[in-house]
Design a protein around this ligand. Structure first.
Ligand SMILES: CCCCCCCCCCC/C=C/C(=O)SCCNC(=O)CCNC(=O)[C@H](O)C(C)(C)COP(=O)(O)OP(=O)(O)OC[C@H]1O[C@@H](n2cnc3c(N)ncnc32)[C@H](O)[C@@H]1OP(=O)(O)O
Length: 333
C-alpha cells in the first residue's frame, strides 16, 4: 500500500507542483496531560503540546492531517516545540505521539521532494536532518507512543526516541520501506536501524523495505513494547516515570557512549551543514563502485526523481546505505 500511495503522491505532485500539502489544522486548547488545573495546552497549528508540569513531562502530539507527513512547515513547528520544551527546565521528558490515532506518521512529505527548486530541496533536506539530530541528541527523555502506522521517516523519528511503545493493531506497521519507493534510505536512517535491531536484521529489512506488524516489530526489536491500543499512552507514561527516576538518564547514556553511536564528535560539532555538504558539492567523484553503479537508477525509481536526475544522483551519493559511501565513515564509524 505504501508503495502505491507513494507513487500516487509523487506523480500528483509532479503534475500539481502548486499543491504544497500545506494543511492548517485549527488551534486547540485543553487541560494539561496530567489533568492539572490551570495548565493549558500550547503548540502550533500542526503540533499540540499537552504539558504536565507536575510530572515534568509534556505530551507532544503530531497533527498534520491527513497523515502527519513531514512537510517543511510541520518540521519547523515540531522543532520549535522541542526547543521550547528543552529550554524550559520544568520538563525532563516528552512523549511523542499522534493526535490522529491510526497514523503515527507517513514520513517525509513526498510532495516536498519533487517538482521544486534545488534551493527548496536543500532547505527541506536540512530540516529533515535537523529534526533527526535534534530529537536524537535532545537532553529530554523521549518516549514514542506509536498509535498508528509508521513507515520510513515516521519510523526514523521513533528510532530517535529512548523507548518505543506500539499499539497492538495489525494495521500499525513500522519500518524503513524506502526501497519499495525506489529510493535509498540515507545512511543515517540505516545506522539508526542497525543500532536498534542489529546488522543482519537491518540489512534484510532495508533491502526488502519491510514494514513490520506489531508482533514482528517486537520480535526483531524495532519497538520495545506492544500493548493494547487503549494502553499506549498510559504505558508510555509509566515508562517515562521509570526513566525519570534516574537522575541523569539521557545525558548519562550519552556520557557512557551508548545510544548516540551514529554521530562522531566531528559530526556533532556542525552536524546539519556537515551532513548536507556533499549535496552542496555535486562535482565530487562518483563514490560508488561499478557493481553499485549498475544498480542505479533502481527499478521503480519514481519518474519525478528521474527528472531530477542530477540532484538525485548527487543525493544518492550522500544517502547511500550499507557502507558504500566513503563519507559515511566520518558519521557512522
Ligand atoms: C530533498 C530532495 C529529494 C530527492 C530524493 C531523495 C530521496 C531521499 C529520501 C530518503 C528517505 C525517505 C523517507 C520517507 O519518509 S519517504 C515517505 C515514505 N512514506 C510512505 O511510504 C507512506 C506512504 N503513505 C501510505 O502508505 C498511506 O498514506 C498511509 C498508510 C500512511 C495512510 O493510509 P490511508 O489510507 O489512511 O490514507 P491515504 O493513503 O488515502 O492518504 C491520505 C492522503 O495523504 C497523502 N499522503 C500519504 N502519504 C504521504 C506522504 N508521505 N507525503 C505526502 N502525502 C502523503 C495521500 O496521497 C492522500 O492524499 P489525498 O487525500 O490528497 O489523496
Amino acid at each position: 500500500m505504501a508503495l502505491a500511495v507513494g507513487m500516487r503522491v509523487l506523480t500528483r505532485a509532479l503534475h500539481r507542483p502548486w499543491a504544497r500539502g500545506l494543511r492548517v489544522a485549527p488551534g486547540r486548547t485543553g487541560p494539561a496531560a496530567g489533568g492539572g488545573d490551570g495548565v493549558r495546552c500550547f503548540g502550533s497549528p500542526r503540533v499540540l503540546v499537552e504539558p504536565d508540569p507536575a510530572a515534568g513531562v509534556a505530551v507532544v502530539k503530531m497533527r498534520n492531517p491527513p497523515v502527519n507527513s513531514f512537510s517543511l512547515e510541520f518540521l519547523t513547528e515540531l522543532l520549535i516545540s522541542l526547543e521550547k520544551l528543552e529550554n524550559d527546565k520544568t520538563f525532563r521528558g516528552i512523549i511523542l505521539t499522534s493526535d490522529h490515532p491510526g497514523i503515527f506518521s507517513a514520513g517525509l512529505d513526498l510532495t516536498e521532494m519533487c517538482g521544486r527548486k534545488p534551493e527548496h530541496y536543500m532547505e527541506y533536506w536540512k530540516a529533515v536532518q535537523e529534526m533527526w539530530l535534534r530529537f536524537y541528541l535532545s537532553n529530554l527523555v523521549v518516549i514514542a507512543a506509536i498509535n498508528g502506522v509508521s513507515p520510513a521517516g515516521g519510523c526514523l523519528l521513533s528510532l530517535t526516541c529512548d523507548y518505543r511503545v506500539l499499539a497492538n493493531n495489525p494495521k500499525y506497521t513500522i519500518g524503513l520501506n524506502e526501497t519499495r519507493l525506489g529510493i535509498v534510505a540515507p545512511f543515517w536512517f540505516k545506522d539508526m536501524m542497525v543500532n536498534t535491531v542489529g546488522y543482519r536484521t537491518a540489512e534484510r529489512a532495508l533491502q526488502l523495505g519491510l514494514l513490520f506488524p506489531p508482533a514482528e516489530a517486537l520480535r526483531v526489536g524495532v519497538v520495545d513494547q506492544v500493548v493494547p491500543e487503549d494502553q499506549v499512552q498510559s504505558t508510555a507514561r509509566s515508562v517515562m516515570a521509570q526513566w525519570l527516576a534516574i537522575p541523569v538518564c539521557r545525558p548519562g547514556v550519552q556520557n557512557q557512549g551508548l545510544g548516540r553511536a551514529v554521530l562522531s564528535p566531528e559530526a556533532l560539532g556542525e552536524a546539519p551543514s556537515c551532513l548536507i555538504q556533499p549535496l552542496a558539492a555535486p562535482d565530487d567523484p562518483w563514490p560508488l563502485d561499478a557493481s553499485r553503479q549498475s544498480a542505479f537508477p533502481p527499478r521503480g525509481l519514481p519518474a519525478c526523481l528521474c527528472l531530477q536526475a542530477p540532484l538525485f544522483l548527487s543525493l544518492v551519493r550522500t544517502l547511500v546505505g550499507f557502507g558504500v559511501h566513503p563519507k559515511s565513515k566520518r558519521i557512522s564509524s
